[in-house]
Write a protein that binds this ligand. Structure first.
Ligand code: C2E
Ligand code: MG
Ligand code: MG
Ligand code: MG
Length: 283
């Protein structure tokens, strides 16, 4: 699959060895079963507004599979196996539906704001002419509002079928769904590609904030991205914030949205309730 190889410019290094072992056929077969039985789950990581005291404004849904530890694979590797075995359209729909259903439960604990639900999408979903319609159907079935859904894509989605991908993105946006560019800053020719993608939000890759240590000495690139966000009027979510110092740096540069272990790790809805004291009865 030459197209898949090209698409995976980013994930092909570190993760390659795992799925090339003899476990892959077994892993793929188990994944088919998990999809058939609907046993894939999602965890939710808070997205916060640092300018509003770290208030939760939404959650990113991240795939979790009970067999992932048994196979010793990460979610990214599970996604890759799904892509290589043509399981991704079904997996993507299931993850989206599960995320929407569980987000409706979470929303009940936040009566004073409309949560944004952010869901990752593979480039191999966007090449299907009916993708935008399938998202619409999931929203209709689950009842999650289009205006509260963000779909996260990476710049590399353009490598597979730019025409169909862009058509799908326009149609999703016409329905009120927002598009975020994930891992922003790590792809090649980021800025020229950005101009070709209908985009509402940038998710800045965690490597940028990792370089931040002290408010008095912010990394120059972070400064540039803060300006870019302002000039293009594109909100940025700074990803991978792990320390109080990093949080202080991003706030000092005027970023308002952030995500990372410092604010909260991905958790199941029930764990979120336990650790955050969300209204239990509502869930
Ligand atoms: P991503 O979309 O960029 O998600 C962020 C990843 O960074 C998550 O890893 C999250 O657990 C991790 N993370 C969050 N905060 C921090 C932090 O402060 N420090 C560090 N070091 N890491 C942090 P996870 O859940 O293992 O997911 C990895 C990737 O797998 C995701 O990267 C995404 O590309 C893909 N993925 C996950 N779920 C799905 C899905 O449902 N569909 C698709 N297509 N891809 C998914
Ligand atoms: Mg993401
Ligand atoms: Mg990301
Ligand atoms: Mg990432």
């Amino acid at each position: 699959r030459a197209d898949v190889g090209l698409y995976r410019a980013k994930g092909s290094g570190r993760n390659r060895s795992v799925v090339e072992t003899s476990h892959q056929p077994l892993l793929a077969a188990e994944l088919v079963e998990a999809i058939e039985h609907g046993t894939l789950d999602v965890h939710f990581q808070p997205i916060v507004d640092v300018a509003d005291n770290g208030a939760i404004v939404g959650f990113e849904a991240l795939l979790r599979w009970s067999s992932q530890t048994q196979f010793g694979v990460t979610p990214a590797e599970v996604v890759r196996v799904a892509e290589e075995n043509n399981l991704i359209p079904t997996l993507g729909r299931q993850v989206l539906a599960t995320a929407c259903r569980q987000a409706l439960q979470l929303q009940r604990s936040f009566p004073d704001r409309r949560l944004m639900l952010s869901v990752n999408v593979s480039g191999l979903e966007l090449i299907h002419g009916d993708y935008a319609d399938s998202v619409e159907r999931v929203l209709h079935t689950t009842g999650w509002p289009a205006e509260q859904l963000v779909l996260e894509i990476t710049e590399s989605v353009l490598d597979i079928d730019a025409y169909m991908t862009v058509a799908n993105l326009h149609s999703l946006r016409a329905h009120g769904i927002r598009i975020a560019i994930d891992d922003f800053g790590t792809g090649y020719s980021s800025l020229s590609r950005l101009a070709n993608l209908p985009t509402d939000i940038l998710k800045l890759d965690g490597s940028f904030i990792a370089a931040a240590v002290h408010v008095a000495d912010p990394p120059p690139l972070l400064n540039v991205i803060a300006k870019l966000s302002e000039v293009l009027a594109l909100p940025v979510i700074v990803e991978g914030v792990e320390t109080a110092d990093q949080a202080a740096v991003l706030a000092s540069l005027g970023f308002s949205l952030a995500q990372g272990f410092y604010y909260g790790k991905p958790q199941s809805v029930s764990d979120l309730v336990d650790t955050r004291g969300l209204a239990e009865t509502a869930i």
